[in-house]
Write a protein that binds this ligand. Structure first.
Ligand code: GDP
Ligand code: GDP
Length: 436
């Protein structure tokens, strides 16, 4: 989904334009919780595409009073997320120093900027809009947000300006699927309730993909999140539950349905064999893992506790090396706000595709640092690598006798790939194919 940010000084008509574009009745306009609490965003379909609009009105007032402060605090954040910026000026009032300051800054933006001269209704409106040419942002588009004039034309320009690549994008509309796993009493249900309580619950509990499973949806700052099949949820939904405790079997089911697994570990007990078993299951299923290091509120020696889990992860969870650990208290909510951003980042990495050029540069360097071993007296000759898929990232390596590549060398390649492309906590698949 593509995002359009509406920017400009106060009172030029940003909110009016936003409402016009989003359609007051049709659109879901909400105040996104979390970091961007004051932000207004809305969705609307145009030209068969679902577009997201961000209105920065009101943010300026809340931000520092200097011009520079305003820009960094609100507009910059909006621009970072947007594919197009709509810069609104007031055709009636004429240009102000603030407009010019904004324009100067926007000329350096890395995304296309559409210059909209608002309040250009009626006779003389288009002429008044012409002054905005001076801003050096191309031809001003005269509109009257209040009267709806010129808005259709503006939508046309937006559609023409939007980057392509919708197919891949559509997946971003789908909720992120997470599973909350861990041994009994680690705090899974407590965490789930805190997450849902903090964020906004959209639906659920409702039947999930597999029989007996339930899922629930909420939204965080980035969008929808679906929690699939957890024991805690089942309790909550009062679904007939044969497995009172979260068994390994139930974990596997949840892991298959999810994209990122949140492994809840009881910090009082530390990471033990049972936790590791679940983490390895996640690896085996190709799922990214984030650890919620729970009950942090009652840990006395936090330094020692943290060191202990880091040591276990380093030595025992080699496949997902670098998995993120978020200390938190599901019960009192402290630290829980840090969890979803880490989950989102991990999810992005899990989805990542490395460009072929970069992949080949990595491959050559890795081979030269550490030559391939001899097998039965002959050197394995690897020729090239390609990333065949993401989710999780999967690298296919071609070469003569590539399929005979020993385990330690495979591990070397995987770890080097993970390190070079910064994918901590992401299971990486290495496949080999022999060539003649
Ligand atoms: P924002 O602070 O940039 O979000 O501006 P608002 O959307 O709140 O609008 C500021 C004022 O301009 C309001 O009184 C609106 O009614 C008025 N306004 C917005 N669009 C138009 C327009 O197209 N023509 C005229 N004449 N007034 C407008
Ligand atoms: P589940 O079996 O993994 O779903 O675990 P529960 O959510 O039912 O929690 C097990 C127990 O741990 C309950 O008594 C909770 O009150 C307690 N608990 C959960 N989270 C925390 C926490 O952050 N701090 C403390 N001190 N206790 C917690």
């Amino acid at each position: 989904m593509r995002t359009i940010a509406i920017l400009g000084r106060p009172n030029v008509g940003k909110s009016t334009l936003f409402n016009r574009l989003v359609g007051k009745k049709l659109a879901l306009v909400d105040d996104t919780p979390g970091v961007t609490r004051d932000r207004k965003e809305g969705f609307q379909h145009y030209g068969g595409r679902r577009l997201r609009f961000i209105d920065t009105a009101g943010l300026e007032e809340a931000a520092p009073t200097t011009l520079a402060g305003r820009m960094t605090a609100s507009s910059e954040a909006a621009i970072r997320e947007a594919d197009i910026a709509i810069f609104v000026v007031d055709a009636r009032a004429g240009l102000t120093p603030t407009d010019r300051g904004f324009a100067e800054w926007l000329r350096r933006a890395s995304i296309p900027v559409l210059l909209v001269a608002n309040k250009a209704e009626g006779k003389g409106g288009a002429t008044a809009a012409l002054e905005a040419y001076e801003l050096g942002l191309g031809e001003p588009i005269p509109v009257s947000a209040e009267h709806g004039e010129g808005v259709t034309h503006l939508i046309g320009v937006i559609l023409d300006t939007l980057p392509e690549g919708e197919a891949e994008d559509e997946s971003r509309d789908k909720p992120l699927r997470i599973a909350i796993v861990g041994r009994p009493n680690a705090g899974k249900s407590t965490l789930l309730n805190t997450l849902i309580g903090e964020e906004r619950m959209i639906t659920g509990p409702e039947p999930g993909l597999t029989r007996d499973s339930v899922s629930v949806e909420f939204s965080d700052a980035e969008g929808r999140v679906r929690v699939v099949d957890t024991a805690g949820l089942r309790k909550k939904a009062r679904v007939e539950e044969k497995l009172e405790k979260m068994s390994t079997g139930a974990s596997i089911e949840a892991l298959r349905d999810c994209e990122v697994a949140i492994l809840v570990v009881d910090a009082l007990l530390g990471m033990d064999e049972q936790d590791l078993r679940i983490a390895r299951l996640a690896e085996r299923e190709g799922r990214a893992v984030v650890i919620a290091f729970n009950k942090w509120d009652v840990v006395e020696d936090r330094v020692a506790s943290r060191k202990a889990i880091d040591d276990v992860l380093m030595t025992s969870l080699t496949q997902s090396r670098g998995v993120s650990v978020v200390p938190l208290s599901a019960a009192n909510g402290k630290g829980v706000e840090k969890l979803m951003p880490v989950v989102r980042t991990t999810h992005e990495l899990w989805n990542k595709r490395v460009p072929t050029g970069a992949l080949n540069r990595w491959f050559e360097t890795a081979l030269s640092r550490h030559p391939t071993p001899l097998v039965e007296g002959k050197r394995i000759k690897l020729r090239y690598a390609t990333q065949t898929k993401a989710r999780p990232p999967t690298v296919l390596v071609f070469g003569s006798r590539a399929e005979m590549l020993p385990e330690d060398y495979r591990r070397y390649l995987v770890n080097s790939f993970r390190e070079v492309f910064h994918m901590p906590g992401v299971p990486i698949r290495l496949q080999t194919r022999g060539t003649v």
